[in-house]
Design a protein around this ligand. Sequence first.
Ligand SMILES: [Zn+2]
Length: 289
Amino acid sequence: MMVKYFYKLIIVLTSFIVTQSLMAESFDPSKPIVKRIDEGIYQYFHQFYNSLIIIGSEGVIVTDPSGAERASVMREEIRKLTNKPVIKVIYSHDHYDHTRGGQIFQKEGAEFIAHKKAVELLKRDPYQQVVLPNKTYTDKLRITSGNKVVVLIYMGPNDGDAMSVIYLPKEKILFAVDFHLPRYVNEPYRLTAHNYGGIYQTMKRIRKELSFETVISGHTLESSPDLFEEDFRFVEALYNAVLKGLKSGKSTKELKQSVKLPDFKHWQGYEKNLPGHVERMAYTIWHGN
Ligand SMILES: [Zn+2]
C-alpha cells in the first residue's frame, strides 16, 4: 500500500483489531511486539507490519524492513535476542512500504533477497530508499542459516507481480503477506494492486502444496490456519458469485448492488467495502488479471 495511506490504514486496522478482540487493551502500535513462534524464530509486529526474525548458527535472517525507523527498532530488538549479525534480508514483495529502510542491515553486510521480477520495480522507487536485492530467484529458493531453512516460492502475480510465498518447512510456518489479510474486506483504493484471479490461484496452490500450523499475515498480530482458510473461502465465494452473475448477463454495476456474502458479514469493512471487491473481481474475470 502507499505510504500516504499509512495513517488511514492505522485507523482502519486499529478498529479492526479492537473489534476482533485480538489484542490487550494496552496495545500501542508504535511499540514493537516480539512473539516467539519456535526455537530461534520470532514474529516482529510493529507499526502494523509483520517481519520474521530467524536466528540460525550463521546469523540472523529477517523479512521486510518496512521503513528505516521500524528497521532501526527491529535491529535493537534483535540485539536483545542474539549477538549474531543480520546476514540476510528477504523482501516478501516489491511494494515500497515493505521494502524501504534496509540500509541498517546493508551496513552490517546483509545480503538482500527477492523475486527476480521485484528488481526492476524496486529501482523505480522515486525516493530511492530501497536497498536493491543482490540475490534473486525465479521459481523457488532455499535460504539457510545453520539448521534454519526458509523457502521462497513464486506462485505468480497476486498482490503485485513479485510476491514470494515464504515458508519454513521444518516448523510449518507460512508467512503470507498482503494476499492474505484475515477477516478484513480491505479498502477499495488498495485493490488496484490486488490481482484477484492470481490471489485465488495462489491460495489454492498453498492449500494443496504446503502443510502449515502457523500463519503470519503482513499486517495483523494474529492469523492462523483457520483464518487463512476462512480468507480462502471468502475469495472463492466472491469469485463464484461474481462469475455466476456475469454469466447470467448482469452488469458489474448490478452485481455491486446484488452480490452479498452473508457468511462474512462479521468481517471488518464488509458493508462499506464489499461492492468495491465485487467490481475488482468482475474486472479480474472479464479482463483476466
Ligand atoms: Zn502490505
